[in-house]
Ligand binder design. Structure first.
Ligand SMILES: O=P(O)(O)OC[C@H]1O[C@H](O)[C@H](O)[C@@H](O)[C@@H]1O
Length: 449
């Protein structure tokens, strides 16, 4: 087992020659220089670079206190947010906590059930969650950097009303935690007006880079995970990313290799995991890379699969369909649990040859076999090795991907820190909803529907 998150592209040797990576050193170093000297596009949003060592300690303490209060007075925590105000917390909680976190008995878990809202506009989802909360004690963490995003704003109206009906306005206000801009936006104004405890999304940290701010930290702490260790891990990831030379710099090597493959015509990157608890790490990663690189008609399309599950569905395409992709496998080296396969007196299912072996041995064999099969099917396979599923390595992993993303975005000549493309659907939605100020657009759109 390794002692850090490590990038390994040795199995892609048939697709990338050693000198190609060496040749990329200058390009990657130049991109790093632009990033760390804060001289490139989007440099107002680089607060995440130093976040693991330079964060608001007083607020960090308040986060822990708020988490403890939620744990003591709530059976359920509803976390409301979308995109960067949602995926990091969920990725961390699922990665770190019990696989059936919400279903295990409260006396074993000692922390609230956690559900997510405001990540769609589905009325059945909202009603379903209202039913699940039922008449139990609950709290709400509303998270929105802008404070104006439609999905979380609607969900918040619903759960705010539910809280106020149950507890009265004053007590409800003590159960609402608002994570938003320090000064502006509708949510900040509402929070000040109603007296909610607030936490800050720093101006210079964009949503998809915000998991190590209160955005991620409050729900993660409420789940019982250790946020000190998470920050320590991220700080170690930062050290490695900032100080290791290119040849030993995992994040820079990953950025380089994916760009080399892109330039050879691989326009899709599939992030694959072999642990269901990593599903939301992939969702977080897709937003990180998709919003950062997919612009100006450029970028690698970030996709993901959960394996071995999807080997029985998407596996066909990866092995044998259009050769447009490479694959990056998230490999958890040491499984959290060892389960041994038993021996049957009569070997009807033919599995006795595995008796005494662990389920994880079978999983790793599936992984190693698949890496080679996909490689033989002309899908370059890269690997990110994660020693164990704990807070420290997750912090490192977050930083690894964030740093590589900044480098990679600059290498491909885009501003990795804006997302102008997401406004188009919003404009149309507001026009169709009849939002004041959108009258002309509304007329035009109605003609087209
Ligand atoms: O935190 P918020 O301002 O509510 O934004 C939530 C998300 O929605 C936006 O539309 C952006 O595309 C995302 O980058 C952002 O993370």
């Amino acid at each position: 087992m390794g002692t850090k998150v490590t990038f390994d592209f040795s199995k892609a040797a048939g697709f990338i020659r050693e000198h190609e990576v060496q040749a990329f050193e200058g390009i990657a170093d130049a991109a790093k220089e632009v990033l760390v000297s804060r001289s490139g596009l989007g440099s107002d949003y680089l607060g995440w670079i130093d976040l693991p060592v330079d964060y608001d300690k007083e607020e960090f303490d308040r986060i822990k206190k708020a988490a403890a209060k939620i744990q003591s007075d709530s059976e359920v925590l509803v976390v409301i947010g979308i995109g960067g105000s949602y995926l990091g917390a969920r990725a961390a909680i699922e990665f770190l906590r019990h696989g059936f976190y919400n279903n295990i008995k409260k006396d074993q878990r000692k922390t609230p059930e956690i559900y997510y809202a405001g990540n769609s506009i589905s009325s059945s989802y909202l009603q379903g969650l209202i039913d699940v909360v039922g008449d139990r004690d609950f709290s709400v963490n509303i998270i929105s950097k802008s404070g104006t995003t439609t999905e979380p704003a609607i969900a918040f109206r619903v759960f705010k009303e539910m809280l106020e009906k149950k507890y009265g306005k004053a007590e409800a206000a003590k159960r609402i935690y608002a994570t938003t801009d320090k000064a502006k936006g509708a949510l900040k104004h509402l929070a000040d007006e109603e007296g909610y405890q607030t936490f800050v999304v720093p101006d210079d940290v964009g949503g998809r880079f915000s998991v190590l701010t209160a955005v991620g930290l409050l729900p993660i702490a409420a789940s019982g995970a250790d946020i000190d260790e998470l920050m320590k891990g991220a700080a170690s990831g930062r050290e490695l990313a900032l100080n290791k030379p290119f040849a030993e710099n995992d994040a820079m090597q990953y950025a380089a290799v994916r760009n080399i493959l892109h330039r050879k015509g691989k326009s899709v990157e599939i992030l694959a995991n072999y642990e269901p608890s990593l599903h939301y790490v992939s969702e977080w990663w897709k937003q990180l890379y998709g919003e950062s690189e997919g612009k100006d008609q450029k970028g690698i399309y970030p996709a993901s699969v959960d394996l071995t599950t999807d080997l029985h569905s998407m596996g066909q395409f990866i092995q044998d369909g259009s050769r447009i992709m490479f694959e990056t496998v998230l490999n958890v080296e040491k499984s959290r649990v060892e389960l041994t396969i038993g021996e049957e007196p009569v070997d009807l299912d033919g599995l006795n040859y595995l008796a005494g072996k662990t389920v994880d041995f079978v999983n790793k064999s599936a992984m190693n076999g698949t890496i080679l099969a996909h490689t033989d099917g002309n899908v370059p396979n890269l690997r990110v090795d994660i020693p164990e599923q704990n807070e420290y390595y997750l912090g490192q992993l977050f930083y690894f991907f964030e740093f590589a993303c900044g480098i990679s975005g600059y290498v491909s000549g885009v501003n990795p820190f804006n997302q102008p493309g997401v406004e188009s659907y919003k404009k149309n939605m507001f026009a169709l909803l009849g939002k004041p100020g959108y009258e002309k657009e509304r007329e035009e759109l109605l003609k087209r529907l």
